[in-house]
Design a binder for this molecule. Structure first.
Ligand SMILES: N[C@@H](CCC(=O)N[C@@H](CS)C(=O)NCC(=O)O)C(=O)O
Length: 215
């Protein structure tokens, strides 16, 4: 992605598995240029006054677009899709599909993201910790319990809203990246097939490359 001649700045960790992948993937889909601004979330720099003065969460992603400055990846996705999506990646306010779009975007972040991150963390960078195996198993069981809420929709649709790829797919797909990295996707066949369709998209591959291995 060209990083010049754009007003959009996305503060990023520099690692593929953090939530800044969400706005980067969406902008990549849209072909909209942005400037990645590295923030040291692993070095501790993100907790220093200089960054906290602009983003009090000390986290990524953080978007600056002219006068607009937003933290929270869900809010950033909705903002970018509405402003730069040209009606493609978000149903318009008066489109009846808007409600379902918001529903799946929030469902992915509030219901799938939690167990997905716990699964990923406990099967990768926290795997040596005592009880990591137990925590991962609990997270996997939670994902298996929640998957039937969305799976019936994805059995008959290519993407969450049908043939149309939207920012809700970015939210769910980015959570499934952690599920894949945590080695649990084969237990969720409908979501695995959907994830395969997302992972075949060139924009996805430019952001994520290969899914991380739990080993
Ligand atoms: N709810 C926030 C969570 C952001 C978040 O936790 N970001 C992580 C990276 S994925 C982070 O910056 N962590 C650094 C820290 O907690 O110090 C969002 O969706 O944007």
């Amino acid at each position: 992605m060209e990083s010049t001649a754009s007003t959009i700045q996305i503060h990023v960790s520099g690692r593929p598995f953090t939530r800044d992948c969400r706005p980067r993937w969406l902008l990549e889909e849209l072909g909209v240029a942005y400037t990645p601004v590295p923030v040291g979330i692993f070095s501790g720099d993100a907790r220093k006054p200089a960054y906290l003065a602009t983003n009090p969460t000390g986290k990524v992603p953080f978007l600056v677009d002219g006068e607009v400055a937003i933290f929270e990846s869900g809010a950033i996705l909705i903002y970018l899709a509405d402003k730069y999506g040209a009606g493609e990646v978000a149903p318009a306010q008066d489109d009846p599909a808007r409600g379902e779009y918001l529903q799946w975007l929030f469902f992915a972040q509030t219901t799938i993201e939690g167990p997905a991150t716990r699964l990923f963390a406990n099967r990768t960078f926290l795997r040596e910790r005592p009880s990591a195996g137990e925590r991962a198993a609990e997270a996997e069981a939670e994902l298996i319990a929640k998957a039937p809420i969305v799976a019936p929709v994805l059995e008959s649709r290519t993407y969450l809203l049908g043939d149309r790829f939207t920012a809700a797919d970015v939210m769910l797909g980015s959570a499934l990246y952690w599920v894949a990295g945590g080695g649990a996707l084969d237990k969720l066949p409908t979501l695995a097939a959907y994830y395969g369709r997302l992972a075949a998209r060139p924009a996805f591959q430019r952001i994520f490359g290969e899914p991380p291995s739990p080993a």
